[in-house]
Design a protein around this ligand. Structure first.
Ligand code: HEC
Ligand code: HEC
Length: 381
C-alpha cells in the first residue's frame, strides 16, 4: 500500500519554497487571473444550490436500479456497477486507484455517481459526454477493464431472469424483449435519480435565511475571494465542467504495478495516442484533443459529498481534504497553472469546513434482492 506521507512532505517543501519566491510577480498574476474573470463575466461564477430533481420514468429507473446491482452484467458474472460505485461509500469505492475487471487494475480513482446527471463531461479526461449517460453506461459494461461484457450476452442473460423480465415488461411493454441499448438506458435513468442530498449550504445559496457556522461562512468568502477556488469550482456541482492542469504528480503505483500501467497504455492505444508505448504518464484530456495544451489536464470534479468519497483527485493521491487544501495553498504541483495562496492555518481550516459543509449523510439505498435464472420445467428439457 502506498503512503501519502511523501506527498505531505513534498507539499511542505513546496510551501517553504513558494514562500521564498513570494514576490510581486505572483501577486500580479493572481490579480490578472481575477481581473480576467471579472472582465469575461460580469457575474463571476459562484457555487449554486441543487436544481430540482430530474424528471424520470419511474418504472424504467426501477429496472435500472436492479440492473445497477446485477453482477451478470459483467463478463464473468463477478461484479456489478455497485462493486466500484458503492452506495455506502458515496457511490465511489474508497480506494485511491480503482480496481479493474478481474486480472486488470485501473490507473484512476473511481468517481462518485451522486448528481452525475449534472456533469457536462464524464470521466477524468472528459472522453464521454455528460448529456449521454447511456453511452457512459455502455462503456462501463463493455470496456475490458471495467466489466468486460458483450452486450448480446448480457441481453440474453437478462431474458433468462424472470425477476428482471417482470420489471422489463412493466417498464417497456408486454412484447418488449431485452436489448443492449435499452439496458444501458434503464441504468442511465436510475443514475438520474441519484442526487446528492440538499444541505444547509444549498438553502443558504438559495437565499433562505439559514445561519451558517462562522467557519463555513469564512470558508465561503475565501473560496469565492482570496483563494479563488470558484474560478474552476462553480455551479450546482462546484464544477465548471472544464479541464485544468494542477500539476498533480503521478501516482507511483501506476508506474510501479505492471497491471496498472498496462491498463494505462491500453487506454492510450484505444484513444489513438501517437507513440503511446512511450507515454507512461496519465495524459488526461490530451487523449481526446491530441493538443499539447491539454496534456495533464483533468476535468474539474464535483465538490459534493466529499466526506464520503476520499481519497481525492484523478489518481487518489491526496488522502484528506486538509491535504487537498494544503496542495492548493502551496500553489499546486510542478508544471501546473496555479499560484501559491499564502493562507493562514485558520484560513486553511475554514476552506476545509466549507468543503465538509457540502456533504450530508448518505441517501438510503435499498439493494434489490438477487434474482435467480429461470429453470425450464422438466417437460421442456
Ligand atoms: C471495475 C470498476 C468499475 C465498475 C465495475 C464500474 N465503474 Fe464506473 N467508473 C469507474 C472508474 C475508475 C471511472 C473513471 C474512469 C476514468 O476517468 O477514466 C468510472 C466512471 C464512471 C462514470 C463517469 C463518472 C464521472 O463523474 O465522470 C459513470 C457515469 C459510471 N462510471 C457509471 C458506471 C455504471 C453505471 C457501471 C455499471 C454498468 C459502472 N460505472 C461500473 C470504475 C468502475
Ligand atoms: C484552475 C482550476 C482550479 C482551481 C482554481 C481550483 N481547483 Fe480544485 N480541482 C480542479 C481540478 C481540475 C481538479 C481535479 C484535478 C486532478 O484530479 O488532477 C480539482 C480537484 C479538487 C478537489 C478533489 C475532489 C475529488 O473528488 O477528488 C477538491 C476538494 C478541490 N479541487 C478543492 C478546491 C479548493 C478548495 C480550491 C481553492 C483553494 C480549488 N479546488 C481550486 C480545478 C481547480
Amino acid at each position: 500500500m502506498w503512503h501519502t506521507h511523501g506527498v505531505v512532505g513534498w507539499i511542505q517543501a513546496r510551501r517553504a519554497e513558494s514562500t521564498k519566491h513570494w514576490h510581486s510577480t505572483a501577486l500580479l498574476l493572481q490579480f490578472l487571473a481575477l481581473a480576467e474573470c471579472s472582465i469575461a463575466n460580469a457575474n463571476p461564477p459562484t457555487l449554486e444550490a441543487l436544481p430540482r430533481p430530474a424528471m424520470v420514468q419511474p418504472a424504467l429507473a426501477e429496472l435500472g436500479r436492479h440492473l445497477f446491482f446485477e453482477p451478470r452484467l459483467s463478463g464473468d458474472g463477478s461484479r456489478s456497477c455497485a462493486s466500484c460505485h458503492v452506495p455506502e461509500l458515496g457511490f465511489a469505492d474508497g480506494l485511491a486507484l480503482s480496481r479493474g475487471y478481474n486480472g486488470t487494475e485501473y490507473f484512476r480513482n473511481a468517481p462518485s455517481l451522486l448528481s452525475v446527471r449534472l456533469k457536462r463531461r464524464l470521466t477524468w479526461d472528459g472522453r464521454l459526454d455528460g448529456g449521454d449517460l447511456a453511452t457512459a453506461v455502455r462503456d462501463m459494461v463493455t470496456e475490458a477493464h471495467f466489466m468486460n461484457a458483450d452486450a448480446r450476452l448480457v441481453q440474453e442473460r437478462v431474458r433468462q431472469i424472470p425477476g428482471l423480465m417482470a420489471l422489463w415488461r412493466k417498464a417497456l411493454g408486454h412484447s418488449s424483449e431485452p436489448y443492449g441499448p435499452q439496458i444501458f438506458n434503464a441504468i442511465a435513468e436510475y443514475l438520474k435519480t441519484l442526487d446528492a442530498p440538499d444541505t444547509a449550504l444549498d438553502r443558504y445559496l438559495r437565499g433562505e435565511p439559514v445561519p451558517l457556522p462562522p467557519m463555513v461562512q469564512e470558508g465561503l468568502a475565501l473560496f469565492q475571494g482570496k483563494a479563488a477556488c470558484h474560478r474552476c469550482h462553480s455551479g450546482p456541482l462546484g464544477s465548471d465542467g472544464k479541464a485544468h492542469r494542477l500539476g498533480l504528480p503521478e501516482h507511483p503505483a501506476v508506474l510501479a504495478e505492471p497491471l496498472r500501467s498496462i491498463s494505462l497504455l491500453r487506454h492510450h492505444a484505444t484513444m489513438g495516442v501517437p507513440n503511446y508505448m512511450h507515454e507512461r504518464k496519465d495524459l488526461g484530456a490530451y487523449v481526446l484533443s491530441k493538443t499539447e495544451l491539454d496534456r495533464g489536464r483533468f476535468y474539474t470534479p464535483s465538490l459534493r459529498m466529499l466526506v464520503h468519497t476520499g481519497p481525492y483527485m484523478h489518481n487518489g493521491l491526496l488522502a484528506t481534504l486538509e491535504e487537498v487544501v494544503a496542495f492548493y495553498d502551496a500553489g499546486g504541483g510542478p508544471g501546473g497553472d496555479l499560484t501559491p495562496l499564502h493562507l493562514s492555518a485558520r484560513e486553511r481550516a475554514a476552506l476545509v469546513a466549507l468543503l465538509k459543509a457540502w456533504s450530508a449523510p448518505l441517501p438510503v439505498v435499498t439493494v434489490p434482492p438477487a434474482h435467480d435464472y429461470a429453470v425450464l420445467p422438466a417437460s421442456q428439457r
